[in-house]
Design a protein around this ligand. Structure first.
Ligand SMILES: NC(=O)c1ccc[n+]([C@@H]2O[C@H](COP(=O)([O-])OP(=O)(O)OC[C@H]3O[C@@H](n4cnc5c(N)ncnc54)[C@H](O)[C@@H]3O)[C@@H](O)[C@H]2O)c1
Length: 437
């Protein structure tokens, strides 16, 4: 890929559109509104906190990311989206019970002004929900048309210059890509024919790409990860990224597994179990939705540990993932991992990890970063899969035939090197021999 010769200026308002305005979306919105007023810190966000080393270690050049790349500022963002329930962002945030009143009340009026547009919802893709705030349409193609009108309307009404979208909707049932997803032509026919292979989230993704709106997918559904969408994204010059936010247990897995592997320690088993009690947990109780999640959660260790290359260390690894819906915990998830590892001469050891985390608190900074980085990518005329954003996903999208990179630290290096490359700085290899010449 050629380095973009210029990046369009970041000025102007940006619509951040979220299909699915539940716990993650409202926690993101509230956090940005609070940060804008100096009432909260956007902890966990690279765009707001990280620095980036440039040049040699002896150069002492480490600007903040925000100074280094022309990212949009928080006060340029205008939030909106769709949901299948009519609650405004304040009501939805109260319902989600992630944030306390001390965080919601100071921004109550601003949150109340953010009301979702009517959602597109064919219930067979999310069995545990039945929405009330719904569009009706002749067929799926007509639904896409209406979503496109929503996007144009939102941009015009709010005086926005451009938009980005992040799917924060419920996890859909698992199904693989099929013939209808093969090309733009087959997909367009499928829309007209109400093909059952086209899910709700794919309608949003299609509408966004058609409108030139960069799209990130925070859930494990295919959504934008199928050949027709990628063909359309390249044609329209739209950057896309996915899938499934890497937050709690999988984040820990991609921190710990590369470390054990780096030391060539063996792993015989890895049992991961979770309890969570939010609406996401309720949806994931449905075995078909869980299947979608299981696939993205299970893939990680195989790619990090490469059992085919290291059969003695990882060839017999038994990996099990469970999610249990347990209402008393709400959004405060508990993820347990039991790792059976072995060392010198095969002597067994165990590592137990108990992560008492907060799902949406971990996901919100990812939504913000993805919105700002996708906007940057779009202004730099980067289109199609943005693999450098793998850092944010459990199941990173890649070019066909390429295995995904799951190791968090390789992902971070890739992200920062992409920014260096974009800005015409040397990429950093960590070779460092020049210090000893
Ligand atoms: N929080 C995390 O750490 C995390 C990590 C990885 C992935 N995710 C994924 O992010 C998504 C959002 O999580 P959440 O905790 O906010 O869930 P949530 O249930 O609180 O919010 C999802 C919202 O999507 C809405 N929705 C469902 N189908 C829709 C449609 N077709 N159109 C418009 N709206 C629709 C629901 O009504 C709900 O308000 C889920 O898919 C979840 O699996 C979350």
């Amino acid at each position: 890929m050629k380095r973009p010769s210029e990046i369009a200026p970041s000025a102007g308002k940006i619509a951040v559109l979220m299909p699915g305005m539940g716990a993650v979306a409202t926690t993101t919105i509230a956090g940005v509104l609070l940060a804008r007023r100096g009432l909260g810190e956007p902890v966990g966000s690279l765009t707001q906190n990280a620095t980036i080393r440039l040049g040699k270690r002896s150069d002492d050049r480490s600007p903040s990311l925000r100074e280094f790349v022309p990212l949009a500022q928080l006060d340029q963002l205008v939030f909106g989206g769709w949901d299948i329930f009519p609650d405004n962002a304040y009501e939805a945030a109260k319902h989600a019970k992630v944030l306390e009143d001390r965080h919601l009340e100071p921004i109550r009026a601003e949150l109340e002004a953010i009301a979702p547009m009517k959602g597109v919802f064919y219930p067979e893709y999310v069995k545990r929900l039945s929405g009330t705030h719904l569009k009706t349409g002749r067929n799926k193609s007509h639904m896409v048309e209406q979503l496109r009108e929503d996007i144009r309307g939102f941009i015009a009404q709010n005086g926005c210059d451009r938009a980005v979208a992040v799917w924060c909707g419920s996890t859909e049932i698992y199904f693989p890509s099929s013939a209808v997803h093969a090309s733009i032509a087959t997909f367009e026919q499928g829309l007209l024919a109400d093909d059952p292979g086209i899910s709700n989230s794919q309608l949003y993704a299609w509408a966004c790409i058609q409108e030139g709106v960069p799209f990130a997918n925070g859930a494990p559904n295919l959504t934008v990860d199928f050949p027709a969408a990628l063909e359309l994204a390249r044609l329209r010059g739209v950057p896309v990224a996915g899938k499934d936010f890497k937050t709690g247990q999988t984040l820990m897995k991609t921190i710990i597994a590369p470390g054990l592997k780096a030391r060539m320690l063996g792993i015989a088993g890895w049992f991961s179990t979770n309890i969570l009690g939010n609406r996401d947990g309720e949806v994931l109780e449905d075995p078909d939705s869980f299947k979608a999640k299981e696939v993205t959660k299970l893939g990680v260790l195989d790619y990090v540990l490469q059992p085919a290359k290291y059969p003695k260390l990882y060839g017999n690894l038994f990996h099990l993932v469970r999610i249990n819906y347990y209402p008393p915990r709400g959004d405060a998830k508990e993820g347990w991992d039991n790792i059976d590892l072995f060392g010198w001469l095969g002597y067994p050891m165990q590592l137990k990890l108990d992560f008492l985390c907060r799902d949406s608190i971990l996901a919100a900074p990812l939504v913000l970063d993805l919105a700002l980085f996708l906007d940057l990518a779009s202004r730099a005329r980067m289109s199609g899969i943005q693999e450098w954003l793998s850092f944010y996903f459990k199941s990173p999208m890649t070019a066909p035939g390429l295995y995904p990179e799951h190791d968090l630290f390789i992902q971070l290096m890739k992200l920062k090197n992409t920014l260096r490359w974009l800005m015409g700085e040397d990429v950093i290899t960590h070779l460092g021999h020049e210090y000893y010449d």
